[in-house]
Design a binder for this molecule. Structure first.
Ligand code: BDR
Ligand code: CA
Length: 317
């Protein structure tokens, strides 16, 4: 089992990724960090608690993450894509004590499991950067980092060149990519955009949830339909919607089915047209740029992804 500490901004693909992690027999979810991003930090924490309740997993601690980027700019939430509360059309009836688990708790988890914790970050990188600032020694004991972020040699989804998770806090992304002691596994937008899940597959899962009386039946299809509608309006040719954050988790358990390149990576932190852009040096030459080297995914097996997604999501009780 892989011990995963999951940093997320609890929008729709994030929430499906959390369910995927709960249901995956190869993942031991040791905690989630609820960050601002797609929604506010408070909504993210509430969504974490809602997912714990639906899946009967209150044992997985939810830590309060960041509520602002290190840039000092006000956060911009994304209701068009993820719904007003990050759950598509759903407004959950649950109250949560938002200060239940203090962020410092993540340090204890890492210290108790040296070189065994894999951090997966699928939102802005503000909390993860804060962990490097606050606990530099502890962060050296993290086994691996997987990050959904950036767009390499293809358009971004916020600006022509920048992807949402990096654009939302490029200072934080820069801290993480310069301070990690090992190459970070980056699963960028140009790759995750291929993780298309169709409405037909979701309908099949929905039927399954209703047949077995699973509580997640309340959530998966309504959230997905909302998310798909947004993508379909933007690109009528799409046959489904990309589950960016699920692919990032999948990449860590099915590494053999992901093609990556170790290349120098830089984040543009100067305000201007390229703010938040991720630049990878893909040149085939010995005089590559002197940025820190990271492992950037360039392709994956779609067939394997879909097969595994469907099987795993059916594991719901
Ligand atoms: C990323 O931004 C969010 O909308 C998604 O949850 C994903 O993490 C894609 O750019
Ligand atoms: Ca996300």
């Amino acid at each position: 089992m892989k011990k995963v500490l999951f940093f997320s901004d609890f929008g729709i693909d994030d929430n499906i990724a959390v369910l995927y992690a709960f249901f995956n027999k190869e993942i031991d979810l040791v905690g989630v960090v609820a960050d601002y991003g797609n929604v506010s930090k408070q909504d993210a924490l509430r969504n974490a608690a809602y997912l714990q309740k639906l899946t009967g997993r209150p044992d997985v601690p939810a830590f309060a993450g960041a509520e602002l980027p290190l840039t000092g700019d006000p956060p911009e939430y994304v209701p068009d894509v993820h719904g007003i509360e990050g759950l598509g059309p759903i407004i959950p009836d649950i109250d949560v004590d938002y200060t239940l688990e203090n962020f410092h708790g993540i340090q204890e988890i890492i210290e108790k499991n040296p070189d065994d914790i894999i951090i997966v970050n699928v939102g802005r990188l503000s909390s993860l950067a804060a962990a490097f600032i606050l606990y530099p020694e502890t962060m050296k004991k993290v086994k691996d980092f997987y990050i959904m972020g950036g767009a390499f040699n293809e358009p971004g989804n916020v600006t022509p060149v920048a992807e949402a998770n990096f654009y939302g806090d490029p200072y934080a992304a820069n801290i993480v990519l310069t301070q990690a002691k090992q190459p970070v596994k980056i699963i960028p937008l140009n790759v995750t955009s291929g993780a298309i899940v169709t409405p037909a597959l979701i309908n099949e899962l929905d039927e399954h949830y209703h047949t077995i009386g699973s509580e997640v039946g309340k959530l998966v299809k309504p959230m997905f339909d909302y998310y798909y509608k947004f993508y379909k309006e933007r690109d009528p040719e799409l046959t489904g919607a990309p589950l960016h954050d699920v692919l990032t988790l999948w990449a860590l358990i099915k590494e053999d089915h992901v093609v990556s390149l170790e290349i120098p990576v830089k984040i543009v932190v100067n305000k201007g047209e390229a703010f938040g852009q991720s630049i990878g040096d893909f040149r085939n030459s010995i005089d590559k740029a002197e940025y820190p080297v990271h492992k950037v995914a360039i392709n994956f097996s779609y067939t394997e992804f879909i097969k595994d997604f469907f099987t795993t999501m059916k594991n719901s009780q």
